[in-house]
Design a protein around this ligand. Structure first.
Ligand SMILES: Cc1ncc(COP(=O)(O)O)c(C=O)c1O
Length: 350
């Protein structure tokens, strides 16, 4: 009963089957295979535009390589201070870009605010040779707080970014979870709202190891190809990564998997929020729940075999619970029932 993260999940059966099918016979290496062509075509169809799509193995690589394509070594990449690119990628974007600087901004509930961004640009020192130059704005969808940017919010950020001459990058490690919440098309949630490049996640939502960089501006595609090779993400047996991505978006699998995860998270949140002494930290709009419980209840849950991460942001007793495509509804109910029991006991002894 592991609620630590959606990367504690296994592989969705349809994706595993696609891997087995891709194992038949020989295929040309380095992405010169039929599965890769089909994956690229699927992405163009899905996003309804003539984009460039590149498969990579990790979300960190997708982010670092996409950002490196958009920012010069003397560039500034604006993001939320708590963004994965800022806190959890070991300087990957800085390394791959040859030194671009990440500028972390504050924002409620894990989201960048266009006014804060606009204010930051006023003080960015554009044209001043002593300062890094605004190059990219990066937002995370769904955010690190489990919230989702509405289309209008993306468009407002894109307008400020583009006005300042910046490209807009979206870290979509949980893009499917966000899209299910928004209920719009992939195109409407990205390039139609002003997104220039997307890190398209699949691993957290059922793939084995597969992410994609989507460049809506194809002029960067040639450069990206070289950067991917240099970074060691042009796999010789690329057909296995492409096959995962192809299966992921075929027949709406990715959305069905994300819908299940979101539903489990919502149930978890509703159940927990109804318990006296329990407080949700953010709206639950995707598959993550940030919640504060009394310490004895957390200890009780852990001793009952539930696993979750204690969270560094928020008051003592804050934890993150993540639902995945394979989360069992009975485990959600068990979690809530156990939490309720320990919270009741905790309130009696205090
Ligand atoms: C928002 C976000 N972006 C990117 C990543 C990076 O993915 P990976 O672990 O595959 O490098 C993660 C992983 O936790 C993430 O949560």
């Amino acid at each position: 009963m592991n609620f630590c993260s959606d990367n504690t999940t296994g592989v969705a059966p349809a994706i595993l089957a696609a891997l087995a099918a891709a194992n038949e016979g020989r295929a040309m290496p380095y992405g010169e295979d039929a599965a890769t062509r089909r994956f690229e075509a699927k992405m163009r169809e899905l996003f309804e535009t003539d984009l460039a799509a590149f498969a990579v193995m990790t979300g960190s690589a997708a982010n670092a390589l996409a950002l490196a394509c958009l920012a010069p070594p003397y560039g500034a990449i604006y993001c939320h201070a708590g963004a994965h690119i800022n806190e959890d990628e070991c300087g990957g974007p800085e390394f791959q870009s040859g030194g671009a600087k990440l500028v972390g901004l504050t924002g409620e509930h894990g989201k960048l605010d266009p006014r804060t961004l606009s204010e930051a640009f006023k003080h960015a020192g554009k044209g001043d040779v002593h300062r890094v130059q605004p190059a990219v704005v990066s937002i995370t969808q769904a955010s690190e707080a489990g919230t989702v940017y509405a289309r209008q919010e993306i468009a407002a950020i894109a307008a400020v970014a583009h006005e300042a001459g910046c490209a807009l990058h979206m870290d979509g490690a949980r893009f499917a979870n966000a899209l299910v919440h928004l209920g719009c098309s992939p195109a409407e949630a990205t390039w139609k709202a002003g997104v220039d490049a997307l890190s398209f996640g699949a691993t957290k939502n059922g793939a084995l190891a597969a992410e994609a960089v989507i460049l809506f501006d194809r002029t960067r595609a040639a450069e990206f190809a070289f950067r991917r090779k240099r970074s060691g993400h042009l796999l010789s047996k690329m057909r296995f990564v492409s096959a995962q991505l192809e299966a992921y978006v075929t027949d709406g699998l990715w959305l069905a998997l994300a819908r299940h995860a979101n539903r489990c998270a919502a149930e978890l949140a509703d159940g927990l929020a109804a318990i006296p002494g329990v407080e949700l930290r953010h709206k639950v709009e995707a598959n993550e729940v940030f919640v504060t419980l009394p310490e004895p209840a957390l200890v009780g849950l852990e001793s009952a075999g539930f696993r979750f991460y204690r969270w560094h942001q928020g008051p003592a007793g804050t934890v993150r619970l993540v639902a995945g495509f394979d989360t069992r509804p009975e485990h959600v109910r068990e979690f809530v029932d156990t939490a309720r029991r320990f919270c009741r006991e905790a309130s009696r002894t205090t």
